[in-house]
Design a protein around this ligand. Structure first.
Ligand code: SF4
Length: 296
């Protein structure tokens, strides 16, 4: 099956926001799931990233995931008979120089031991695919598929890790190298792949039957795709889209401090984030103190 693609190498799914000639935020032209998720987490962070375009370096864990994704992309492009762990090792060796020479990797400034740990973590993630499936059994239709669609009036752009076909129909898969969510948070994590499913249904006229997150080395979090699920995901996406538009027209981006402040690249510019980080550090220190007292 041939899927619609925006095959431009320069295509940027996050190309949204920016400012007009007066420096005021202009409304985005399109929205990706990651941009929407950033806004939902903290609109101020979204402004830093998508309006001011301040750098948001990926960090070690995200880069480990990027490299594992790249190796799995290459692996799943091979003939099914050439998707063994040995093939994956060979592809990892081929792909490594590109990562090792990248600006983001060099910025980590890893010494020899830390670089070894990085490669080991990435390989562990790659190898974790075999805990979830036998790669040679997967009927791959496309990898790293750029998809563009209008979902209930919202211009959507995204990149789908893998579209495959099983006996029932199309399946949307996304690799994850982070920690798998508990049951309580699984539904919210699935929004991203449901949006991909909606976009692919829109583009090719065939509704995928399943959408799944492959948490490498851990578990598969999946959902059957039905119109209720798709409407829910698209409806939430539209709410975010409208909230972004309103924030841009008023140049009013709510600040939403929380646990993610500790990992936010912009915390030095954000007094509320700084306060949140200090509060959490004090809380952690108090907990450690009380544990020590109990142990003593
Ligand atoms: S530090 Fe926290 S509150 Fe501030 S922008 Fe980042 S996520 Fe938002």
């Amino acid at each position: 099956m041939q899927l619609f693609v925006d095959s431009s190498d320069t295509y940027d799914p996050n190309e949204v926001g920016a400012t007009d000639e007066n420096g005021s935020p202009s409304a985005p032209r399109q929205l990706s799931p990651s941009s929407a998720a950033t806004f939902d987490q903290c609109p101020r962070r979204w402004r830093f990233r998508y309006v001011e375009r301040l750098p948001d370096p990926p960090g070690r864990e995200a880069l480990v995931g990027t490299f594992a994704h790249r190796v799995l992309e290459l692996l799943m492009q091979q003939h099914p008979g050439r998707r063994s762990k040995d093939d994956a090792r060979r592809l990892a060796r081929q792909a490594w120089p590109e990562m090792a020479e990248s600006y983001e990797y060099l910025e980590l400034g890893l010494d020899e031991d830390a670089a070894f740990d990085f490669r080991w973590a990435a390989w562990t993630a790659v190898e974790g695919l075999w805990d979830l499936e036998e790669p040679s059994d997967v009927e791959v239709i496309s990898t790293e598929q750029h998809v563009s669609a209008t979902l209930d009036g919202v211009p959507f752009r995204g990149v789908v890790d893998r579209v495959e076909s099983d006996s029932d129909g199309l399946v949307i898969s996304d690799y994850k190298s982070g920690r798998a969510p508990s049951l309580r948070y699984a539904a919210s994590r699935l929004q991203q792949v449901l949006l991909y499913a909606a976009a692919i249904a829109e583009e090719v006229g065939e509704q995928p039957v399943r959408a799944q997150l492959l948490y490498l080395g851990q578990k598969v979090v999946s959902t059957e795709v039905d119109s209720g699920e798709l409407d829910g995901a698209v409806g939430q996406f539209k709410v975010t889209w409208e909230a972004i538009g309103e924030s841009c027209s008023n140049d009013d981006f709510e600040v939403r401090p929380g646990p993610l402040c500790c990992y936010c690249a912009y915390s030095q510019r954000c007094p509320e984030g700084q306060a949140e980080i200090s509060r959490r550090e004090e809380l952690r220190a108090a907990e450690e103190q009380s544990l020590l007292q109990m142990a003593g």
